[in-house]
Ligand binder design. Structure first.
Ligand code: CAA
Length: 417
C-alpha cells in the first residue's frame, strides 16, 4: 500500500462542556495578596471554571459527548467504542464511561471503559480507538473518546490558580471531517513523582516546579522520537512530505497544540521545542501556538481534556485557512507518559466547529465572588456524602448529579428532564 492509499482515520466531531461557574483570577489574586500580573501573564490564565455541586465528571463527560454527537449528526447506535479518560473518577470500580453510556443512550453492543494516566488518559483512549479503527475491528462503527476532569488543588496552595473543570468529547471515524491523524507517534514514558492524587485525597499533590521540568523532559523525549521516525520515513521515501522548504523541522506544522495545565506552560513548551530544532529565537509562537490558547486561558486546566480544548480553540479561533495543513499534537500525563503526533486539517473543518458557539458558551459562565468560590470548594470535599437531592439546581435539560442514595450515585437523565 502506498502512502496515498492509506485509509484516513481521525477526528470527525468535537463537543465541549464547561461548568456554569467561573472565577476571575484577578479576584483570586486580590484575595491571596498576589500581583494580578503573576496569574494573568506569569501563568497565562485569566479565569478558571468551577463546577457547582450538581456537576461532576460524569455530567461534564455526558454533556460533551451529547454535543459531539449532535455536532456530527451521529446516531448513538453508530458508536461501537466509548472510552472516558479521567483522573477524577467517581468510583474505584464502576467507570465514568458506564454512566455516560446510560445517559447518552448508547448501544448495549458498545465496548465501554475508562482509562487513567493523569492528563494522558484521554490520549491513551484516542490512540487505542484510532488503532481499533485502523485494524478494522470497528466493523464500520465510530469511537467516542471523552476527556473529563475537575482539576482541584487545595485553597491557598501554589496550584490553586491552575484549577479548572470541563470535558472534551471526540468522535473518531474512518471518514474524519475535522482532522485526519497520522499513524506516526513519538512516545516517552518515565517513572516520576511530579503530580499525583493519593486515594485518600480529593486534592492533587504536586511538586510544582519539578513538574514543569518533567513536562519539558517528556516533550523533548516524545518530540525527538517523532522527529527521528519522520526523518527515517522521509529518507526511505515512505512519506510524501518534502522537507526541503523548511528551515526547521517544526516549520512543517501550521500550528502545534500542547497539553495546557496553564497557558504559560504551552509557551515554555514551544520555546523548548523550537530550541530542539535549533531555532533559538523561537519567534513562531503567535502563529503556531496563540490561537490554541484562547479557550484554555479562560477555562483553566481540565487535565485529560486540556490538549483537546487547545485543539478546539485552534480550529475555531485561528483566522487562517488551515485546510490541508499539518498540525502537531503534544499530550503529557504526569507520572509520566507523553506523546507527540500530527494530523491534517480537513476541508470545511473550521466552518463546522465555528458553528458550535464555544466562545459564547465559555463567555456565558457566571462569575463567582470569593466567598461563594471557597464555599463550593469546601463543600465539594464531602460531595459524595451528600444525600440524594430530588430537585435539580441547574435545570432539567442536561444530566445533573443528584447525590448518593444507598451507595448509588444518582443522576437526572437529560432526556427525562
Ligand atoms: N507579573 C508577571 N509575571 C510574574 C509576576 C508578575 N507580577 N510574578 C511572577 N511572575 C511569573 C514568574 O516569573 C514565573 O514565570 P516563569 O515560569 O516564566 O519563570 C511565573 O509567573 C510563575 O511564578 P512562580 O514560578 O513563582 O509561581 P509559583 O511558585 O506560585 O508556581 C506553578 C507556579 C509551579 C506552575 C504552580 O502554579 C503549580 O504547582 N501548578 C500546578 C502544577 C502544574 O500545573 N504543573 C505543570 C506541569 S505538570 C502537568 O502538565 C500535568 C498537569 O496537568 C498538572
Amino acid at each position: 500500500m502506498t502512502h496515498a492509499d492509506k485509509p484516513q482515520v481521525g477526528l470527525d466531531a468535537l463537543g465541549i462542556a464547561v461548568p456554569s461557574l467561573t472565577l476571575e483570577l484577578t479576584k483570586l489574586a486580590a484575595a491571596r495578596g498576589v500581583e494580578p500580573g503573576k496569574f494573568l501573564d506569569g501563568l497565562g490564565v485569566t479565569r478558571m471554571s468551577i463546577p457547582p455541586l450538581d456537576e461532576d465528571t460524569v455530567t461534564l463527560a455526558a454533556r460533551a459527548g451529547k454535543q459531539a454527537l449532535e455536532q456530527g449528526g451521529i446516531d448513538p447506535n453508530d458508536i461501537g467504542l466509548l472510552v472516558v479518560g479521567t483522573e477524577t473518577a467517581v468510583d474505584h470500580s464502576k467507570p465514568v464511561a458506564s454512566y455516560v453510556q446510560g445517559l447518552l443512550g448508547l448501544s448495549k453492543a458498545c465496548r465501554v471503559f475508562e482509562t487513567k494516566h493523569a492528563c494522558y488518559g484521554a490520549t491513551a483512549g484516542l490512540q487505542n480507538a484510532l488503532d481499533w479503527i485502523r485494524a478494522g475491528s470497528n466493523d464500520g462503527k465510530k469511537a467516542l473518546v471523552i476527556g473529563a476532569d475537575i482539576a482541584r488543588y487545595g485553597l491557598k496552595t501554589p496550584g490553586e490558580p491552575t484549577q479548572g473543570a470541563g470535558a472534551v468529547a471526540m468522535v473518531l471515524s474512518e471518514a474524519p471531517r475535522l482532522v485526519a491523524f497520522d499513524r506516526m507517534v513519538g512516545t516517552y514514558a518515565n517513572d516520576v513523582l511530579d503530580f499525583w492524587r493519593p486515594l485518600y485525597s480529593k486534592d492533587a499533590v504536586v511538586d510544582g516546579h519539578y513538574s514543569v521540568g518533567c513536562y519539558l523532559d517528556a516533550l523533548e523525549g516524545a518530540y525527538r522520537a517523532y522527529r527521528e521516525k519522520a526523518e527515517r520515513a522521509s529518507a526511505t521515501g515512505a512519506t510524501a512530505t518534502s522537507d526541503a522548504k523548511h528551515a526547521f523541522f517544526s516549520d512543517r506544522f501550521a500550528a502545534i497544540a500542547y497539553h495546557v495545565p496553564y497557558g504559560k506552560m504551552a509557551t515554555k513548551a514551544h520555546r523548548h521545542l523550537r530550541g530542539i530544532d535549533g531555532d533559538s529565537a523561537a519567534t513562531t509562537y503567535a502563529e503556531q501556538v496563540a490561537p490554541s490558547l484562547v479557550y484554555p486561558r479562560q477555562v483553566g486546566n481540565i487535565y485529560t481534556g486540556s490538549l483537546y480544548l487547545a485543539l478546539a480553540s485552534l480550529l475555531a479561533e485561528d483566522p487562517r485557512d488551515l485546510a490541508g495543513q499539518s498540525i502537531g499534537m503534544f499530550s503529557y500525563g504526569s507520572g509520566s507518559c507523553a506523546e507527540f503526533w500530527s494530523g491534517t486539517v480537513q476541508l470545511g473543518a473550521q466552518a463546522r466547529v465555528r458553528s458550535s458557539g464555544w466562545a459564547k458558551l465559555i463567555e456565558s459562565q457566571r462569575r463567582l465572588e470569593m466567598p461563594e468560590y471557597e464555599e463550593i470548594l469546601n463543600a465539594r470535599e464531602a460531595i459524595d456524602n451528600r444525600p440524594h437531592q430530588p430537585h435539580v439546581e441547574g435545570g432539567g435539560a442536561e444530566a445533573r448529579y443528584l447525590g448518593v442514595q444507598e451507595h448509588r450515585r444518582m443522576y437526572s437523565s437529560p432526556t427525562s428532564g
